[in-house]
Design a protein around this ligand. Structure first.
Ligand SMILES: CCCC/C=C/CC(=O)SCCNC(=O)CCNC(=O)[C@H](O)C(C)(C)COP(=O)(O)OP(=O)(O)OC[C@H]1O[C@@H](n2cnc3c(N)ncnc32)[C@H](O)[C@@H]1OP(=O)(O)O
Length: 376
């Protein structure tokens, strides 16, 4: 049943009666849904980067894309009613707890047992990332950094962890807007990766299946990476006419070590082979198995697929009971001295990628994928 105008007005009044502050993430969602329900898609200019509050509000509204007014009204009413119910039953509102985020079914955020879990939920598209998902993940991380969970987890629903950037993001661009789109894509990428660099609590990737592109490169910014033995790790940037992101141009060589020199068999007089593993992945697009990725330091531990979920969640529940402040501070000690460098690398990679997106090599690769001529 669709929410009526009366239901919508009641919900607006109910918001004022909430006993507990629902937190910034939920307030932004409410704001965005209210604007979308009353004014339709975001049609105002984007505020400047230093206008943090209005930019966050604009981002939240803009992320709703062309969501119809009636659906936005319904989502607003549903969200308020879930907030009212939880603030009455437990006296506590957990951001996005155990429910799909309104406006986007493609991301599910739950909070339980001290763990906030962000699940990519587009299994039919191998969890490829749309612009809305990038925005929702940023909002979810922002909320998770402030909620009372001890750790945060990113995982995927279905047989894939994530197939990287949704390549249809490059379609339907009106002529004359290609450069603008590349520019805004680079800003989105930079903001997105910045959220991972700055995330203050232990961040865990539960890699439930193959991972491609940005979902692989980001792993260098996680604190733990658990993978099923079915997972593979693939960064086919050259094949796509693109270049590395997610700070991988720095984190991968650092974790995988310098060139590994392998001497050929003396009898057959092979030449010396000396290609750093990171280069083999990021330049030549070599796909690693989970065990290879573990040997290279990208994955913390590999589990048999049959027991993966059980073993990983038992482990994570135990970790989430450790003193949260101690974990947060230890992470800071480990990571903080690298932060400034990582932000600079992220900015540089994003701007190089902005150029690559405009190249013939990249455009041809996207056309080939979309016309089903090429698959990885
Ligand atoms: C603004 C930030 C930008 C950040 C930039 C990041 C760079 C990257 O992430 S580069 C990596 C981009 N990803 C890819 O190139 C992967 C492309 N996908 C594939 O090669 C294959 O789909 C697969 C190997 C992942 C899976 O092959 P499989 O045969 O098992 O399944 P499919 O039938 O191909 O897939 C099912 C369904 O999903 C669609 N799909 C999968 N991945 C993507 C994707 N990345 N973008 C768009 N669509 C994707 C695929 O087209 C199928 O759709 P249909 O059922 O409608 O045909």
């Amino acid at each position: 049943m669709r929410a009526s105008q009366k239901d919508f007005e009641n919900a607006m009044n109910q918001v004022k009666l909430l006993k507990k502050d629902p937190g910034n993430e939920v307030k932004l969602k409410l704001y965005a849904l209210y604007k979308q329900a009353t004014e339709g898609p975001c049609n105002v200019p984007k505020p400047g980067v230093l206008d943090f509050i209005n930019k966050a509000k604009w981002d939240a509204w803009h992320a709703l894309g062309s969501l119809p007014k009636e659906t936005s009204r319904q989502n607003y009413v549903d969200l308020v009613s879930s907030l009212s119910a939880s603030s009455e039953s437990s006296g506590q509102v957990t951001p996005a707890a155990d429910r799909k985020q309104p406006g986007s079914d493609a991301l599910v955020v739950t909070s339980q047992d001290g763990i906030t879990t962000i699940t990519l939920n587009r299994p039919d598209k191998k969890n490829a990332l749309t612009p809305q998902m990038y925005h929702d993940i940023m909002l979810a991380l922002e909320a998770a950094s402030k909620d009372d969970s001890a750790i945060a987890v990113l995982t995927g629903n279905g047989d894939y962890y994530c197939s990287g950037n949704d390549l249809t993001n490059f379609t339907d661009i009106p002529p004359g807007e290609v450069e603008d789109r590349a520019r805004s894509g680079a800003v989105l990428l930079r903001d997105f990766v910045d959220c991972f660099i700055d995330f203050p609590k232990p961040l865990v990737a539960v890699v439930n299946g193959p991972a491609v592109g940005i979902s692989v490169t980001l792993l260098g910014l996680f604190d733990i990476v658990y993978a099923t033995d079915r997972a593979t790790f693939h960064t086919p940037f050259s094949h796509l006419g693109q270049s590395p992101e997610g700070c991988s141009s720095y984190t991968f060589p650092k974790m995988m070590g310098p060139s590994k020199v392998i001497f050929g068999n003396l009898k057959t007089k092979c030449n010396v082979i000396s290609i750093p593993k990171a280069t083999e992945m990021l330049v030549f697009g070599k796909k690693l198995t989970a065990r290879e990725a573990c040997t290279q330091g990208l994955v913390t531990e590999v589990f048999p697929d049959s027991t993966f979920q059980k073993e990983v969640w038992v482990r994570l529940k135990a970790y989430s009971k450790l003193p949260p402040n101690a974990m947060r501070i230890s992470k800071q000690v480990i990571r903080n001295r690298e932060k400034e460098k990582l932000h600079a690398i992220n900015a540089e990679e994003s701007s190089i990628l902005q150029e690559r997106w405009l190249s013939d090599e990249c455009m041809n690769a996207i056309v080939n994928f979309l016309s089903k001529k090429a698959k990885l």
